[in-house]
Structure formats: C-alpha cells, structure tokens
Design a protein around this ligand. Sequence first.
Ligand SMILES: [Zn+2]
Length: 239
Amino acid sequence: MRRLPKPKPLPRKLRTKLAAETAFIVASENPKAEADRRYSNARNAGWFKPVVDALKKLSGHGQRCMFCSGSEASDVEHYKPKAVFPELAMTWENYLWSCAPCNRGKSSRFPPCTEPGGQFVNPLREDVWEFFFIDEFGFLTPRYDKAAGALNERAASTRDLLDLNREAVQETRLARLSDLKEQVNELVRGLKQGRIKNTAAQGKIKVWLSQPFQPDVADYFLNGPGKTEQPFKKLLKLV
Ligand SMILES: [Zn+2]
C-alpha cells in the first residue's frame, strides 16, 4: 500500500459511455450476468483503453499494484466486486489497479457484506497511512484503534484477505527498507561532512520518492508518518 494521487473525473464522453453501460446492467433481468458480459466486452474494446490508461497513470512509475506495491502483472480491479455489486461494474470510482495474487485473494469478497470483518481500505480514495504503518521488519501493520480497543478492523481485513504480508512481498519490502536506511545514513554523513550539498540531498529524496521499486517504503518514511523515525528524522532535519 502507498498513497496515490487523487483521481480526476474522466472526460465527459467516457463518463457518458460508462453511465450508458450501467443503465443497461441495472435494467437487466440478470444484472450479474449482464455486468460480466458488458465488462468483458469493454475490457477488449478500444473505447475502454483510456480508462485503463488513466488507472495505470495513477498507479505511478512501474505501474505497481495499488494494494501490495508488487510488480506482478496488474489489471483493472473492482473495489466492490462486480459479482456482489453488478451495478458498479462499469463505474470509474470503483476501479483500482491490482496484481493477480491480490485480485485472487480479494475475489468476490467484500466484508462486511459477504463475511465478517471491515470494509477494504481503498488506496485510491483514502490515506492508507491512517490505517497502516510499516514496521522495522517490513510488515504492513494495521494501526491500533483506541476506541475499539483492537487493531483497526478495516486494515486487518485488508491485510489478511489480500495477504499483504505474503513472504515475497514482505521480504522485498524489508529489503527496500534496509537499502533506503543505508542510503539515508550515507547521505546524512555526507551532509554533516560537507561532502554533499543540500540541493543534491533534496534531489536524492525526490528520486527516492519517485522510484518504482520503493514507492511504499519511501513514501512512508520520507513523506508520511515514518518521518519521525531514525535515520529519516535526522536527514529531514538537515535538508
Ligand atoms: Zn498486489
């Protein structure tokens, strides 16, 4: 998970087309089958390509999965599954960009509608760092909800059902964190010794924040709540 840019409304022509598709689904005698048919047709049609391109753009450099920040091939994901919410199958606001393992985990589940638990965190519509933090072992961890006296329910469901700490994902997250810490330590030393100029350090931070292989880790520790942790705090105080 990482914070993503705010999505803009689609051009009017596309909005009109999607609304027309939705109207057919809602009016159908079997909305679920109609949603499947219309979505699958759209996915292979030229007119839908700008929708996919807009999602890819929002997912940033490397077009990584919006849930796990992994690099596996990704595709359009329905935040609210179309099997349960066919009326949202052709709705821009219901789309995310996700990898196959996250998509498989999510499937047609949507707590609390389909099973006990909290509603998935929507990385494109919410600030994910209000729900999660990245711990020193590279685990994406739900924040504690004081009022409930438990882990944030929505974050816990999202982590567990999408398996956001599966071994490959957690290991690469930890590797990115160790690498970033090392580079930040080196930068701090260079700044203190006057070997590195302030503007050069600022440039480096910018690069880290835009690199495709660490968008979640860099965002959390250089741009999010992790700013208060060392050695990131030291660096941000110096620049
Ligand atoms: Zn994923």
